[in-house]
Design a protein around this ligand. Structure first.
Ligand code: ADP
Ligand code: MG
Length: 717
């Protein structure tokens, strides 16, 4: 008896592609190469373009020199070898409006591919040639004799092993066979209705075989939502499970030490700092372990917020730890936290007559011998209140007496595993509250996907009284000479400067060479007579330290450096930065670098130096969107949005959970609103049914999509 229940994605996944008409061993192998093994893979391989037959340019409408798309029929094909032994395939094509020639160089297989009478879509630039139109090496999509008004173009057609019309045919066959029972829709009716989502069967038909572009858009919206919802469901389920299953510490917030600390600050907190501290306090006071991301631009004052959280733990008799990605940063944090907490004391049960000083200790691999033993003992017996260090803090031999709060600086260099390891280091079994800080802002909706199992606090306000950094673009040698003059003027006025060396590939060796070269050039040239120092990653650490110290003390005027100064360096007297070959850096990196100036009361300038570019015809290239964005704003969040727009999500998602493997239609860039809706829907669904017991279909879908591709993604919690 035929089943009448709708077909699930898992049902489709259980049917191998060989069951389709026309798929034999050879096609199966070709499909496997592009990861299509079953009908689920097939129907979730979406067209990369849709051509509207009624609306696309005809040959008669082509404008020489402009790229365009046309649908044509092959008329004739000839192949020959040119004098310099290249193969050349000439093809004559036509549509109702006219004819033109195509020419393919070094693609002999085109002769076999392009048979007379075939319908193809061409994308390329038409030029006039011998009185007619010609396209050379256009992108060709084999569309066969499909009849619909909208022709889907599938991704792998150009490889010629699978034509886009074959793909379309198989998808059509699959959907036709599903038509009677329909494709199951596990998204709750109320969510669908609220968001105006079309039914899933309709969506699959609409994306693959749309009648018009409007239908295709509705289908894309629906299926992109599904992708985002699945990712959010996994994240929200994990978040809720963490909250439910692990026993946290109910910290007593607003204790005496925190109060004394805030009172001792020489400035009032910004509104953003107050709000963030309140958000953190709510987490600390609750019995669930905190799991929060603190995003804040360079200089936004994250340290104060972190210290307040750490002190709340100490107030209640626990310890806290701050982990930094590098030893230099750990040392800097230790110095500044000690300075901030100078004079703060801890009630001492062993001493009836008073308190003992708060004990802040540094633990990195550079702390060795007796000093290390002493710190380790203090962590184990609870006499060390705050530990600051690198990954050394999570090594086997380190045990805490009662770790209450963990602050991790810079999420990017700190894996999930490290976070987890640190959470397990405490003797009393409670899970410490975790705060992750990052100075690399990412757009809010992207954060929801990349860090979706964390709560997010945002410090979106710089402390007042900063003199804003003026950023200028120096394009070409003439303007560059102005940069060196500016540096000389500032130095003459008692200020200091950074020169950031060109980024030269990934190799540290090249980077060192570039730094040395720049130093030499400036010392004997543009900056002759100034006191120059150099900083790069290959220097021994004592040399690095002494150079930094000299610069801090004002004994060097100019620090020539590689990107090692990107994080943590704080010299308020430095007021100029010149970044050489700035167009080689990404937006985020330029922004981080720029944050090294503008840290004192003097006005600061950041010069983005580039070598004037020329196009093929020798005209200067005007405009560089990244540089212009940096010039236009110093707001890290605004820049993050621009960055996402310019680069797409590729780089962003490389740091993300691998849940991205399911994001085929959805885009972190285009679908910002949809991400928010999906997240809200995920909370709605999970909070009314915490383990999806009432929605086995939905749970099964998550299992299908995430478990085999990426066990880590689910197991992470
Ligand atoms: P971040 O770590 O976010 O880059 P920091 O915590 O290092 O920023 O703070 C940068 C500087 O601003 C520090 O010198 C700090 O003392 C100062 N600062 C922090 N909060 C305030 C505030 N509310 N008002 C004035 N200065 C502040
Ligand atoms: Mg708590």
């Amino acid at each position: 008896m035929a089943s009448t229940t709708p077909i699930t994605l898992r049902d489709l996944a259980a049917i191998p592609v060989e069951r389709l008409r026309g798929v034999g061993d050879k096609k199966q192998a070709s499909l496997a190469k592009v990861d299509i093994r079953n009908l689920f893979d097939l129907v979730t391989t979406y067209p990369r373009r849709w051509i509207d037959r009624t609306n696309e340019a005809r040959i008669a409408d082509l404008v020489p020199g402009e790229e365009a798309l046309v649908l044509v029929t092959i008329r004739s094909v000839t192949k020959r070898t040119t004098r310099n032994r290249r193969t050349m395939v000439n093809v004559n094509v036509g549509d109702g409006s006219g004819r033109m020639d195509l020419v393919f160089f070094n693609q002999p297989w085109r002769e076999r591919q392009l048979k007379e009478g075939l319908h193809v879509a061409l994308y390329g630039k038409a030029d006039t040639y011998r009185g007619g139109l010609q396209m050379s090496n256009p992108v060709v999509d084999m569309i066969g004799d499909r009849t619909g008004k909208i022709v889907p173009i599938y991704p792998q057609s150009e490889k010629a092993q699978i034509n886009t019309w074959e793909m379309a045919g198989w998808v059509e066959e699959t959907l036709r066979r599903c038509a009677e029972r329909g494709i199951a829709d596990p998204v709750p009716e109320r969510v669908r209705r609220r968001l105006g989502l079309i039914d899933r069967s309709e969506a699959f038909a609409g994306i693959h075989l749309p009648d018009d572009m409007k239908t295709k858009e509705l289908a894309r919206y629906r299926l992109a939502f599904d992708e985002l919802l699945r990712v959010q469901l996994v994240l929200v389920l994990r978040k809720r499970a963490l909250e439910r299953d692990s026993l946290g510490i109910e910290h007593a917030v607003g204790g005496e030490m925190v109060q004394r600390f805030t009172a001792s600050l020489p400035f009032p907190m910004t509104a953003a700092q107050q709000r963030t501290i309140a958000e953190i306090n709510a987490d600390l006071a609750s019995g669930h372990p905190m799991h929060r991301l603190l995003q804040g631009d360079v200089g936004a004052g994250k340290t104060v917020v972190a210290v307040a959280a750490m002190l709340a733990a100490v107030d209640g008799g626990h310890q806290s730890a701050l982990m930094a990605p590098t030893e230099v940063l750990a040392e800097q944090h230790a110095a500044s936290v000690r300075a901030m907490l100078d004079g703060i004391t801890v009630p001492d049960p062993d001493n009836l007559f008073g308190d003992r000083p708060l004990r802040v200790e540094l633990l990195t691999n550079r702390v060795t011998g007796a000093a290390r033993k002493d710190v380790l003992a203090g962590l184990a017996d609870g006499s060390v209140d705050i530990a600051i260090g690198t990954h050394a803090l999570i090594q086997e031999a380190v045990d805490f007496s009662s770790l209450g709060v963990v602050v991790v600086d810079e999420q990017h260099r700190f894996g999930v595993e490290q976070r987890a390891a640190l959470r397990e280091k405490t003797a009393d079994g409670a899970v410490p509250d975790t705060l992750v800080m990052t100075a690399t802002p990412i757009p809010r909706t992207a954060a929801m996907t990349v860090y979706g199992d964390l709560d997010v606090s945002i410090l979106d306000e710089l402390p007042p009284g900063r003199t804003p950094i003026v950023t200028m673009w120096a394009d070409g040698p003439l303007m560059e000479s102005g940069v060196w003059n500016d540096i000389k003027d500032e130095v003459a006025a008692g200020r200091q400067a950074y020169v950031v060396c060109p980024l030269v590939g990934e190799s540290e060796k090249l980077e060192v060479a570039s730094a040395e070269e720049t130093l030499e050039r400036l010392a004997f040239g543009e900056l002759q007579g100034l006191r120059l120092g150099m900083l790069h990653g290959k220097l021994p650490s004592d040399e690095k330290e002494s150079t930094m110290d000299q610069f801090r003390r004002g004994e060097l005027d100019v620090l020539v450096a590689t990107t090692v100064i990107e994080v943590g360096v704080d010299v308020p007297n430095a007021t100029v930065m010149a970044i050489l070959d700035a167009d080689r850096f990404g937006i985020a990196q330029l922004h981080q670098l720029r944050g090294r100036v503008g840290r004192g009361q003097h006005a600061s300038t950041c010069w983005l130096v580039t070598q004037q570019k020329e196009d093929a015809e020798g005209n200067p290239v005007v405009g560089n969107p990244r540089i212009e964005a940096l010039v236009a704003t110093t707001d890290g969040f605004e820049l993050a949005e621009v960055d996402l727009d310019l680069r797409g999500e590729g780089t962003l998602m490389s740091t993300a959970q691998k849940g991205r493997s399911d994001l085929k239609l959805a885009s972190l860039r285009r679908d910002r609103k949809l991400i928010e809706l999906a997240r809200a829907a995920a909370f709605d669904i999970v909070d009314s049914d915490p383990d999806l017991a009432g929605r086995p279909d939905l749970a099964d879908e998550l299992d299908l999509i995430f478990s085999d591709r990426d066990e880590e993604f689910l197991a992470k919690s």
